[in-house]
Design a protein around this ligand. Structure first.
Ligand code: HMG
Ligand code: MG
Length: 301
């Protein structure tokens, strides 16, 4: 039990943060500016877009335009979500640095989210991973509903471990474990991780916690203690999944950075600049800023 000395933050707001926004589709130039502001804060991994069906997720319908509009900062990885071959072809054409496939530990959620079974989703990812690798593009894998499902309820940790293992064996370089609806608590998170690390080394795992019940930071602390060193987060706590009703945003990036600083773990991110970015995007969206740290520090330009 030792905290990692370094943590890699994977910024989710342009994708997980914006995909669930109700109302009119957010202008492409706002998405582009958000990504540029995030890279200026020192974030090195940004999930910039999602090449999914625009009928399913209208907010992500301009993925290609977003990718074309951003200023590529050297050293920054701009990634995209790709559910199938059409998605990965779009992401490759848009010069995504990295792509991500996504399945879940719950059959019911997988069906609602990507309209197929877990086994079918994994089959579908074979050509996706092949196409990405042929271009030298790394593939990340997500397992959703690792601490509970909106349709099925409890999820067995062994089921999470099994899907995570399959994604890794198929060629994903890292598996992000998603508490999609933010229902987990620290002990549950530790038990789930214990089951997964029996199959996969902890260095290959990331924590992707949503904050619906206000437990995300506590859950994160619990898994950091177990050696997790990659954390997905979203500025201002934006986000949610359109196919997980009631799910709120990811843990706020500002809050994660403050926690990590307190643990003596450096991230290379300028916290105040990130706080300012959170205020900027919430103003564009007409939304409340979900980061407690942002509320405490305030905007300072
Ligand atoms: P389907 O309807 O079964 O697919 O959807 P299909 O192959 O029958 O295609 C239907 C239509 O979509 C066709 O168009 C296709 O061309 C088009 P039509 O002929 O009707 O005009 N289509 C596409 N268009 C653009 N890009 C594509 C694409 N694929 C098909 N890639 C599908 C299956 C997977 C496409 C659909 O279910 C889908 O897009 N689902 C995405 C759902 C989603 O994005 N959910 C949120 C992200 S996951 C998440 O948030 C969780 C995560 O954060 C981790 C966590 O928190 O747990 C990652
Ligand atoms: Mg998510």
């Amino acid at each position: 039990m030792a905290f990692p000395t370094q943590v890699r933050l994977f910024e989710m707001s342009p994708r997980d943060g914006l995909q669930n926004e109700a109302g009119p589709v957010i202008a492409t130039d706002i998405k582009v500016e958000l990504i540029n502001r995030l890279s200026a804060c020192g974030l090195t991994h940004i999930e910039a877009a999602s090449f999914v069906s625009p009928k399913w997720v209208p907010q992500m319908g301009d993925a290609a335009e977003v990718m074309a509009g951003i200023e590529r900062k050297s050293g920054v990885v701009y990634s995209a979500l790709t559910p199938n071959l059409k998605g990965v072809e779009g992401a490759i054409a848009a010069q995504a640095d990295e792509v991500a496939v996504f399945s879940a530990a719950s059959e019911a959620f997988t069906q609602k989210n990507i309209n197929c079974s877990i086994a079918e989703s994994l089959e579908r990812f074979v050509p996706v991973i092949e196409a990405a690798k042929a271009q030298g593009i790394r593939v990340r894998g997500y397992v959703s509903t690792v601490l509970g499902c909106p349709y099925q309820g409890e999820i067995a940790p062994a089921q999470v471990a099994s899907v995570a293992r399959e994604l890794l064996d198929m060629g994903c370089y890292e598996i992000s474990l998603g508490d999609t609806i933010g229902v987990g608590t620290p002990l549950k998170a530790k038990r789930m991780l214990e089951a997964v690390t029996r199959e996969i080394p902890v260095e290959k795992l990331a924590a992707h916690f949503h904050d619906t019940y206000g437990q995300a930071l506590s859950n994160l602390y619990a898994v950091l203690e177990e050696g997790i060193s990659v954390v997905d987060a979203s500025v201002a706590g934006l986000g949610g999944c359109p196919y997980a009703k009631g799910a709120s945003g990811n843990v706020a990036s500002e809050d994660v950075i403050y926690l990590l600083q307190g643990l003596g773990i450096q991230t290379g991110v300028d916290l105040q600049q990130l706080v300012n970015t959170g205020y900027w995007i919430t103003r564009q969206l007409g939304r409340h800023n979900g980061s407690k740290v942002a509320q405490a520090l305030g905007e300072k330009i």
